[in-house]
Design a protein around this ligand. Structure first.
Ligand code: ADP
Ligand code: G6P
Length: 466
């Protein structure tokens, strides 16, 4: 069996229990196949230490550690590289544009230069570590040019890429000054995976319109003198693992505490990174509308919104924080009573072990992004429910998960009234309907779980003839 080499901007500490579907999935595949995980260490240094010359400067040293059958190879980033590649191009250009937010993008040419520089450095550092028959699997928007940089150094390995975020329609993509270079770079991979059929369609429309690509059938495309394959591989969660967490001590403690505290009230839950793609202000406005429109819920419905701090050095994230503070404050000020606050807004991370208990104690989850690659929280909420008395998922039609989870209550998060109505419907849905919908949703997330995702992608990559 060939060795698997995973490359991603963030790596996980394999000695600790993995948090998040991606780390679980990749960690497990790596442990099974044996392999290497390469990426940023998460550390920022002033400058790289002397003695490791790269192209036109000094490269960081690779730190190599062995954890079981897995080699963890990481590099630090200098402040300048981190700011241009991670904060700048990745999160101030690609993230907003790929989430359809041209208004938030900051097209600074220095960001593009830094992005390319770090991808070249990653390629230089990774190349000597590769064996000829390794399978390389690159993850996410930080590393779109990596295969093309590896190929420039003579790499002949099979290389796959998975985009965890949405692929925008061609005319939005075309707003990025370097769009052609980015799309050309994708053709250096043998297989490119997207989260949804909609993303795959946007990719195919782009390359046919802008790069005169020929679709050769079966997901193969020919353009820029190369043939590559593309497909939709919706990422899943480890359902059993999440259910084990729900039954674990911390999960159960959380569940009983919340159930007792809300025994005479209806608990709604939202849990997201504090990111403008998650539609949090729209969600609070819809909840407010719900309280206005269905006054019987006043004093009895509470929304707990957990928003973990994220990318706080990027300006747009400061703005969303201010908006949330003001919207939540206004709902509580206008509707709150001495013994009831409509919104409990928590700007912090919650320990992963407690989330399933919180989800299980909630009657409704609000997962209402304006645009999202997949949204794993939607799947985690389903996994955590008691099948005999399950809570209901209100899901944005603009989350990648909506393609699979049609049995949730799908909403348009821009439609405040429609979302408010769906919240009321979710809270008043009869038990038999909740059970039926939940059974179908659970079946779906079990069929296409994280193990399915990993094996589908890797099998397709191994058989791709490019
Ligand atoms: P994204 O990858 O954009 O953050 P996802 O919903 O796909 O969105 O994945 C988020 C992951 O992080 C999920 O596993 C979720 O349980 C976890 N998570 C999200 N918000 C929080 C929070 N506030 N505290 C702890 N974990 C969180
Ligand atoms: C999304 C992206 C990931 C990223 C994660 C957390 O899930 O698709 O690539 O790692 O958000 O963001 P951060 O910027 O903290 O890595």
């Amino acid at each position: 069996m060939p060795r698997l080499v995973v490359v991603s901007n963030r790596t996980a500490d394999l000695r600790k229990p993995a948090a998040g579907g991606l780390a679980v999935a990749l960690g497990e595949s790596l442990q099974k196949m044996g392999g290497m995980w390469f990426g940023w260490s998460g550390k920022i240094v002033d400058t790289y230490s002397e003695g490791h010359p790269g192209n036109g400067g000094v490269d960081p040293e690779v730190d190599v550690q062995r954890v079981g059958k897995v080699t963890l190879a990481t590099v630090d980033l200098s402040r300048a590289d981190h700011d241009a590649y991670y904060l700048g191009y990745s999160n101030d250009v690609l993230w907003p544009v790929f989430h359809y937010r041209l208004d938030l993008a900051n097209f600074d040419v220095r960001f593009a230069t830094g992005y390319r520089r770090v991808n070249q450095m990653f390629a230089r550092k990774l190349m000597p570590l590769l064996k000829p028959d390794d399978i390389v699997w690159v993850h996410d928007y930080h590393l779109i040019p990596l295969a093309s940089e590896l190929r420039a150094l003579g790499c002949k390995n099979r290389i796959g890429f998975f985009l965890h975020i949405p692929m925008p329609p061609p005319l939005i993509m075309a707003a990025i000054p370097e769009h052609e270079w980015l799309m050309r770079s994708l053709f250096a991979f043998d297989l490119v995976g997207f989260q949804s059929r909609a993303d795959l369609m946007h990719f195919s429309h782009y390359v046919e319109a802008e790069a005169q690509a020929k679709s050769l059938g079966d997901g193969y495309f020919s353009a820029f003198d190369r043939v590559m394959r593309a497909g939709a591989f919706p990422i899943g969660i480890d359902v059993d693992e999440f259910q084990r967490l729900a039954q674990g001590k911390e999960g159960m403690d959380m569940f009983t505490r919340m159930r007792d505290e809300y025994s005479r009230r209806k608990l709604l839950i939202g849990a997201d990174r504090l990111d403008y793609s998650k539609g949090l202000p729209n969600r609070i406005k819809a909840f407010r509308e719900f309280l206005e429109h269905y006054p019987e819920n006043r004093k009895s419905a509470t929304l707990i919104q957990i928003a973990s701090p994220s990318r706080e050095d990027v300006e747009a994230y400061g703005e969303i924080r201010r908006q949330m503070d003001s919207l939540c404050g206004a709902v509580n000020g206008d509707f709150g009573e001495l013994d009831w606050m409509p919104v409990r807004y928590i700007h912090r991370n919650v320990a992963r072990k407690r989330l399933p208990g919180l989800f299980r104690a909630s009657r409704v989850a609000l997962v209402t992004p304006l645009r999202d690659g997949m949204n794993l929280v939607a799947k985690e909420f389903i996994a955590a429910q008691d099948p005999d008395d399950p809570g209901m998922l209100v899901l944005s039609r603009f989350a990648g998960a909506a393609e699979q989870l049609g049995d949730a209550l799908l909403v348009n998060p821009y439609d405040t009234e429609g979302t408010a109505h769906a919240i009321q419907r979710a809270l008043t849905m009869p038990l038999h309907e909740r059970r039926q919908r939940h059974a179908r949703l659970l079946k779906r997330i079990r069929e296409q779980d994280v193990h399915w995702w990993t094996s589908q992608f890797l099998a397709t990559l191994q058989e791709a003839h490019t």
